[in-house]
Design a protein around this ligand. Structure first.
Ligand code: ATP
Length: 139
């Protein structure tokens, strides 16, 4: 049973897009198996984005995720090819390249405010589910 980690970032929560994003995955037929609303700690955000720690936008990205102006919705979704299809449903990381019909393609234009996150591989999905939901198989 394939699982992925999908998050609605603070801009998506602040803009009221949570139900739309959940609805897209539900209507597609995927199963919601974990969901939490939280302001992530700096440690969690830094670990989540560890691959990007050398990038110039890293500090701003961590601040944005953790400053508490809006929380994050962290979710685990389950179903066939959900890792790859989740990324397809999100659209390209840079919304200027995201096609219509995708979440980013429908709702945003700025890479620094791209609404959502989805695991990019089986390895990332496993790591991110453990990180956000605890390592003891809570979901
Ligand atoms: P995500 O992990 O959020 O689904 P991704 O894996 O498609 O995105 P990455 O290159 O890992 O893309 O970037 C992770 C996140 O870092 C992006 O979603 C975006 O929020 C932020 N980011 C990436 N590039 C930039 C940039 N040039 N300026 C500001 N933020 C950026």
């Amino acid at each position: 049973r394939e699982r992925t980690f999908i998050a609605v970032k603070p801009d998506g929560v602040q803009r009221g897009l949570v139900s739309d994003i959940i609805g897209r995955f539900e209507r597609r037929g995927y199963k919601l198996v974990g969901l939490k609303l939280l302001v992530p700690s700096a440690a969690l955000a830094k670990e989540h984005y560890a691959d990007l720690s050398s990038k110039p936008f890293f500090a701003g990205l961590v601040d944005y995720m953790t400053n508490g102006k809006a929380p994050v919705i962290g979710m685990v979704w389950e179903g066939p090819s959900v890792i790859k299809q989740g990324r397809v449903m999100l659209g390209a990381t840079d919304p200027k390249a995201a096609g219509p019909g995708t979440i980013r393609g429908d709702y945003c234009l700025s890479i620094g405010r791209n609404i959502c996150h989805g695991s990019d591989s089986a390895e990332s999905a496993q790591k991110e589910i453990s990180l956000w939901f605890g390592g003891r198989g809570e979901v």
